[in-house]
Design a protein around this ligand. Structure first.
Ligand code: C2O
Ligand code: CU
Ligand code: CU
Length: 516
């Protein structure tokens, strides 16, 4: 697409014209309520809010270490989660829990994770936000088949995927030459990422480094990972999801009404419905992750309190940024400090979602306990020295249009359904590039391999949630944005895609191939 065509598209979207015409015939109620998706309702009374403690996912211990590397093992297997009192809800799990166990790494130390697949279908593991070579990045065609299976199921109507197939176990090697950040790992199988994550295949992977360790930020049990997801359940308390193929093997995608995204009416935080965390009168670091398939959240504290943002997807900001509210699209992370020191004991501070209604307006609660405690943590005025990219150094500008497949159910980038035979970019390693995006509806756009910086939205300043190094950009309907990225280190085939998982599974993805 040349610049002139791109500008005319921008003009078109600015007037909302694309929104008005987006798939009106095939996607009923697509934009009626401005929600990125359709609500799937739970077929039994919802679990009570604020009854269970916030679960903290277990931290995985390495099975062995050597001077440069920590080795971990995770078995993917059916398990259960507890959502309704007295009901065991079947789930797909990493090592028996949802979220999966948290992996904690040190930047620059290699982490090797051996995954064993004891689920009834293939899997792919991606470390989201990881600066990872192609062969460990969880390319959607690099399947890990279940233990004892010889061949991958044939998928209907999907392009032939390049990739390597392993059976039973696969080692993922993460060099982690990157900044301290809140990363997460999740399934990324071609065509089935949405249902796989929905059923439980997601976990945290935290990276620390020396720069972060030198700061007096809250640590230990005042450094809390918070994975927010929405889900829906049947009358027996089982997870429901509108897959075209419930065996999750041959036909990707969801039924028509849900093609713009699947929304649930139960909010799970770290796998528990509307949980409660008892907090001291002290500062807490909250690592907020929206791991929902499609739902966006606008989080506020009630009674009102400020989130002091210290980090984004790619690690610490240069300086703390007070935020009265936070908007999170799927896959985005916000690292924040909340100070409960001056909150009277006994206060119940709700984390609320002002984009939700009824059950989805609630997320979790912090119950402030006890007398004042000793708290040595502070938020220094300078957090990091992370560099910025200079737009004047950009060598290449690329344009990408994220749009409904006109007249069909599905999603497209530059008019193209996902097709590895036609990569949409071939960036040179080390070359600064500007990528411009235009949307019809809500699309959280995610790049693998490297984080980026946001230069502009709709030709103006970046938005309030665009600070720092990002790997997922929350784009609104009929928006344009410019980001700057420099891919480094690893030559090979990677993907970028919309992180609305129903959009992703229904072809809103493309390959880019890096080379030296
Ligand atoms: Cu979180 Cu390509 O994904
Ligand atoms: Cu990713
Ligand atoms: Cu999308």
């Amino acid at each position: 697409m040349n610049r002139r065509k791109f500008l005319s598209l921008t003009a078109l979207t600015a007037g909302g014209a694309l929104v008005a015409t987006a798939g009106a015939l095939t996607l009923p109620n697509l934009v009626a309520n401005g929600e990125p998706g359709a609500l799937l309702r739970t077929a039994r009374p919802l679990p009570p809010a604020y009854r269970v403690p916030l679960p903290i996912p277990p931290v995985l211990a390495p099975v062995r270490t050597d001077p440069g590397t920590d080795y971990y093992e995770i078995t993917q297997r059916p398990g259960t989660i507890s959502v309704f009192p007295g009901v065991a809800t079947p789930a797909l799990t990493y090592q028996g829990s949802f979220p999966g166990p948290t992996i904690v790494s040190r930047a620059g130390r290699r982490t090797v994770v051996r995954h064993t697949n004891r689920l009834p279908h293939p899997v792919v593991v991606h470390l989201h936000g990881g600066h990872t070579p192609h062969d460990s990045d969880g390319y959607p065609g690099d399947l890990l088949l279940p233990v004892g299976t010889a061949t991958a199921p044939t998928m209907a109507g999907m392009p032939t995927m390049p990739g390597t197939t392993a059976t039973g176990t696969r080692d993922y090697t993460y060099p982690l030459n990157q900044r301290a950040a809140t990363l997460w790992y999740h399934d990324h199988r071609m065509g089935f990422t949405g249902p796989s994550i929905w059923h439980g295949l997601a976990g945290f992977h935290l990276v620390h480094d020396d720069e972060e360790a030198a700061l007096p930020l809250p640590t230990g049990d005042r450094d809390i990972p918070i994975m927010i997801t929405d889900r829906a359940f049947d009358a027996e308390g089982r997870l429901i999801y509108p897959s075209l193929d419930p065996t999750l093997t041959t036909t990707p995608g969801v039924t028509g009404p849900y093609a713009n995204g699947v929304l649930g009416d139960v909010v799970l935080v770290n796998g528990a419905p509307w949980p409660v965390l008892r907090v001291d009168r002290a500062k807490y670091r909250l690592r907020l992750l929206n791991a929902s398939n499609a739902r966006r959240y606008r989080l506020v504290l009630d009674p009102p309190a400020t989130f002091v943002q210290i980090g984004s997807d790619g690690g610490l900001l240069r300086a703390p940024l007070p935020q009265p509210a936070l908007e999170l699209a799927p896959a985005e992370r916000f690292d924040v400090i909340v100070d409960f020191a001056n909150v009277p004991p006994g206060t119940q501070v709700e984390l609320r979602n002002t984009l939700g209604a009824g059950s989805t307006a609630q997320v979790m609660r912090f119950d402030v306990t006890g007398p004042a405690v000793r708290d040595d943590a502070t938020v220094p005025p300078t957090l990091s020295r992370s560099a910025t990219l200079d737009p004047r150094t950009a060598i290449v500008t690329r344009d990408f249009l994220f749009q409904n497949a006109a007249g069909r159910i599905g999603w497209r980038i530059n008019g193209q359904a996902y097709d590895p035979a036609h990569p949409l970019a071939r960036p040179k390693l080390g070359q600064p590039e500007i990528w411009r995006f235009v949307t019809d509806l809500h699309h959280p756009i995610h790049l693998h391999l490297d984080q980026f910086q946001v230069l502009a939205r709709n030709g103006k300043q970046p938005g309030p949630y665009d600070h720092g190094w990002k790997d997922t950009l929350d784009l609104y309907p009929a928006q344009s944005a410019e980001i700057m990225v420099r891919f480094t280190d690893y030559a090979g085939r990677f993907v970028f895609h919309c992180h609305n998982l129903e959009h992703e599974d229904m072809a809103m993805m493309a390959d880019f191939i890096t080379s030296a």
